[in-house]
Design a protein around this ligand. Sequence first.
Ligand code: ADP
Length: 241
Amino acid sequence: MNVVEIKNLTVEYSGVRALDNISFSINQNDFLGIIGPNGAGKSTLFACMLGIITEFKGEIYFFGENVRKSKKYLRDVGYVPQKPVFEKNFPATVKEVVRMGLKKGSEKKIDEALQQVWIHELSHRRIGELSVGQQQRVFIAKALVGDPKVLILDEPVTGIDKQSTEIFYSILHDLNQKHNITIIWSSHDLDAVNKLANKVACLNKTLFFHGVSQEFFSNEELIKQYSESSMQQHMHHHAQT
Ligand code: ADP
């Protein structure tokens, strides 16, 4: 059974199309990298998958369940937002933030999750004192204590240093390979997608490509076409703003 099946998904904001007739499926244990320029519709796609946007054409199935009919699937889905930035003096500690994700189980699970994302030693620090990359990992831990089968991550594009990025990627790799969590991850980092993901989806309002990552990255003509269409979108985006 597919973990996710998206059929003819179309989304419009006040009549302006953000996603146009998208169809693809995600298999169990896939590590899917979703790439696309700003404004390509990545966050819109996630919002539909998470039941935040309900006004769309087409259908989305999670674990065979139509997302319009039930929200039960969300129990098995962890979400890590793009900008988990707290005020410097936000009162919660790292451990307290992770605890918010706990549905059942014990404190032990919190410690395990903190260890899994390599920030156990920071557990009593206030969340706002951490770097953006460390906060990102706190949010992964918060998702992990809910025992997700699927993790959806909107990758932040700024404010994360190279070392933190490498740690982030190796955590994702481990969660997919050792813990069998299906990963759905949007990223601007094509090299990282090439290294980590087994499947790739290139989104630019329409779905330009979806398939095995190697097929995309070994096809220079495809990459060239994709870059050109992304560039046009980028320029269009700037012309509008
Ligand atoms: P991405 O995550 O790839 O940057 P988004 O899904 O955020 O793309 O945006 C896709 C398009 O939809 C963009 O043109 C954006 O301006 C537009 N959009 C996103 N959210 C809204 C909204 N709430 N209202 C109107 N337009 C929106």
